[in-house]
Ligand binder design. Structure first.
Ligand SMILES: O=C(O)CCC(=O)C(=O)O
Length: 189
């Protein structure tokens, strides 16, 4: 499948494989995974994240959240292999952060996946369930892109974590869940 190029700026690229994983069932993953709501500490205040999350991969800490070393299930390893085949990470993915947006009130603010333990050269994300906008913003120019991510879409971000940030904005009229799997390579010394 040839991807759509959402943006290209020097070595930074964002690619979309529409519907690549459309045979996956969001309902299955909602039941199969051990979702939790984390408290996050930011700017001296603690609040519950506006989404549920879970993790498979090596032990990993970001902000006030500590994920323990959790092996991949066979079915998540199968999904990762498909994504891996369409992405070109310098190092193979070894971790997935799963996000469950229960409805349009759940969201993710502007951020970069640039923590020092992440190999941020290639991050691949899978969308299942409800359609949600994925917003990208150039940190210097403020230029914005909005991609409507639909069930089964796979989005690849190459070398984007320094110059660009991304978010999943709230959507008042969305009342069904969306799952996102974000595959990364965590550097384990
Ligand atoms: O839900 C998404 O599509 C984005 C998730 C994300 O940005 C992240 O996990 O860092």
């Amino acid at each position: 499948m040839t991807p759509e190029i959402i943006l290209e700026d020097g070595k930074c690229r964002c690619l979309l494989f529409p519907g690549l994983l459309q045979n996956e069932r969001a309902e299955h993953w909602i039941e199969a995974l051990p979702w939790q709501q984390n408290e996050i500490r930011m700017f001296g205040r603690t609040h519950a994240e506006p989404r549920l999350t879970t993790w498979m991969g090596p032990a990993y800490r970001y902000a006030s959240i500590q994920w323990t070393d959790t092996p991949f299930s066979d079915e998540m390893a199968r999904l990762m292999n498909v994504v891996q085949h369409h992405a070109s990470p310098e190092k193979k993915f070894n971790a997935v952060l799963a996000n469950l947006y229960r409805d349009g009130q759940d969201a993710m603010g502007w951020h970069r996946d640039d923590e020092k333990d992440i190999d941020s050269q290639c991050i691949a994300s899978v969308s299942l369930g409800s359609t949600r906008d994925f917003a990208i913003r150039h940190r210097q120019t403020g230029q914005k892109w909005t991609v409507s991510l639909q069930h089964g879409d796979v989005l690849i971000m190459e070398a984007m974590q320094e110059a660009f940030e991304h978010s999943v904005p709230r959507r008042k009229r969305t009342d069904t869940p969306r799952i996102n799997f974000t595959f990364r390579h965590i550097v384990t010394s």
